[in-house]
Design a protein around this ligand. Sequence first.
Ligand SMILES: O=C(O)CCC(=O)C(=O)O
Ligand SMILES: [Fe+2]
Length: 274
Amino acid sequence: MSNPAPEPDFLTSEERALAASFLDLGHVILPVERPDLLARMRALIAAAAAAHLGLPAPSDDGGFLDTIHQRVDGGGLNGLRLAVIEAVGRESWFRPAYYALARQALGHLVGNEMAMQRRLGLSVQLPGDASSLLPVHADVWDGDSAYEVVAWLPLVDCFATKSMYILPLDKDRAVQARLADFAQGSAEDLYRAVEGDARFLDVPFGSILLFTQTAMHGNRINLEPSTRWSMNCRFKSLLSPYADKRLGEFFEPITIRPATRMGMDYRLPGGFDG
Ligand SMILES: O=C(O)CCC(=O)C(=O)O
Ligand SMILES: [Fe+2]
């Protein structure tokens, strides 16, 4: 006798498992869906960084990025970052490739009609450098929509202080409920209060972190001997509420389905009462 077929349900078991994990922790870490594209993306970035420094494209992209602090110091860092981000912006395939790294997971977590951040973020953190740190924050406190998911992509192995930290949702919500108690203090005071619960995420190259920026997160001085390179990009359901970061400015629609396009374009005829 064969087993009876399972009851039909609206969500697949895969969707259910990913949702449960995201809603429980506020983040998930997954293997990228297109390692081939990830390799191309990193090669472009390594070549752009090398060109900015007057060097030939490296043969070992990961090793080159990991050791970039041997070739640039804190003073040259922002120029390097901007040159790389500009090179990325010139490649029209780069954002579709970024999306393709987590297409299925974003479909499960966000939706199948999405808006994507137009300009990708790039973070480079040299060992011991305190100049580009992000103190503990939730982006939603400062003009982002609560409906966003951040896709955070390591270009080298990121772990411990070379990575970012985030609070698990239960701890985060408990602190946010009494955030007024911290209003007089500094961001560092707030960090001290949550430090014990902060999880520095282990996100090796080849994986991608999807997190809610409604949970407190940030980074600390990179105490590892190698340089952190990561990108970040926000995705949201196209028709979900927007905050300060508007559709058409900060966000661009990437997957409008035909029924939505039909609805957006349709105008009711005037002067006709049925
Ligand atoms: O990359 C980091 O360390 C923090 C990133 C962040 O705050 C964000 O993407 O919202
Ligand atoms: Fe953030």
